[in-house]
Design a protein around this ligand. Sequence first.
Ligand code: ADP
Length: 605
Amino acid sequence: MFRSLHMKLVLIMLLLITSLMTVVGAFLMTSITDFYVDAFYQQMESVFGDSNPSNAAFVDSLRRQPALAGDVSEAVETLQDIVETRAGDLGIDSRTRNYYILDGATGQYLAGSDGQESFQRLQTTHNLLTARNSIASGSDLVGDASDITASYMDVAIPITAGDYNFIIYIYDNRDTVSELNGQLFLIIAQALLVGLLISVLLSFLLSKTMITPIERLTEGAERVAAGDFGSTIEVESTDEIGILTTTFNDMAAVLRDTLAAVENERNKLDTLFLHMTDGVVAFASDGSILTSNPAASQMLGREVSFYDYDALFGEQVPFRKILALQRPDFLSVELTAGERILELYLAPFSDGEDGGVMAVMHDVTAQRKNEEMRKEFVANVSHELRTPLTNVRSYAETIRDSEDIPRSVENSFLDIIISETDRMTRIVQDLLTLSRLDSGRADMKMIRFPFREAIESVCRAVELEAQRHGHTLVRSYGRTLPLITGDRSRIEQVMMNVLSNAIKYTPDGGTITVDAGVTGKNVWMEVSDTGIGIPAADRERIFDRFYRVDKARSRESGGTGLGLSIAREIVLRHHGTIALSDHSGPGTTVRIVLPIHQAEEQGHA
Ligand code: ADP
């Protein structure tokens, strides 16, 4: 009942009805008064007016007959008699309307349809004064000015009858109009009451047909605002509110779909943010952290959410400098966090007051390391090739420039030139092999072959060389080793490299033990020697390209420093491992582990 819209509607209806009735009432009442006043003056005109020829005799008699009277009272009587004859026409009813015959000079009551007291109660009106003035001035101007606002109507007619002067004064107290207006007021008040009642009823009806659907729409909107897009509002009509309800339902559905899409996108972004390898930190405009991803903490080696901008990157770039940037400008700096080298990109994410700074970190440690390795590699290659080339050139020049060089010396020089050329060829070949393995262009001819046979053939190949150095070659592997899948010649190349290293780096008369076996899905081969061993500091690096513990010794024995790196690449291509095993006593143990089946085969199995 007191819901605001409903209340407003009731109030509007009440105001409308009240104002309408007031206007109509006022208009009616004024019209009635107007009509009554008009009627009064017309009535007076019809009796006393000069324009009506039939009145002429009457008006004339008013002047003539009293003049014949012997004294005033007779004259008054005569005048009264004449007026009485037209009392009916004048509407004299002695109640609301009376006539008075007054003395023209003093305005004193002489006679009338009502007593003297009643006249004395009346005030001196404008019309009365007009008539008295007429008599005084000898004119016959009638006082017949009408005043709708007055509470009475009157006409004062000056009569000059011979020596006598009279005023015929007709006075209407308007009681009839007041009564009529009173009645009308009553009727209007009743109508107003009924109208108000109807308006209240009507507002109820309107509330049912208009406000209730609007309220339902409001409730629906509130539900949608609270995030409940599931429920739809029932459409009960086809009018504008019905259309609005349908449109609202459609809008809610579109909103639901859009929100679902946005949510989906956000989830995607969240997942991306969470799992991306680049570290991301967003800072508010005061430098505090808004959000960060796990990669950021990992890269900086501390939980970034505990810090602010100044603590994290303040040293690199002042916060204000980034805020002053205009999108899409950004700043990039490199920083080191522990062992990592990070590329830091800093950009403002909004130009407005609520803006902030987005920091993206990219781990370039591996990249830098690779660049470093590449540079080192190129330097190594140049160095490795330059040494034999210098040798070749100097020996060739010696032969050319020396005229009486003995044949034997010349031959030994030529041998050196040939051996240096061979060395260069080996280096170039090894580099080619590595390059092929790196680029994946080296095709692996995967076949199934007995692992034991491969070891046997390599051992046989190095047997002579071992004997030459007085080494004892011990084969301690059993008879039963499985067939494995792999590129036999390349695997044999790996075995050969490891075995020849053992022979090379063991002083003459040492023992070289070859062992092999199966663990789970893998086969392994171990080559142990009693040689010079590898210092702990170099153990990590001996698989790097051109890395040699003792350069001179390696070169002396024809090594290129690429053998173990090629071996590692081949083993990796077979999904195996090659590493140094812990070794008790002097010497070295290298262990090669290879899967019995290769990945594609395992997939089949
Ligand atoms: P190289 O051609 O010089 O032998 P490798 O790549 O085969 O190159 O070996 C790298 C280095 O590892 C060698 O120069 C050597 O110093 C060291 N090394 C390899 N095997 C052994 C071993 N069995 N004993 C001692 N040192 C070894």
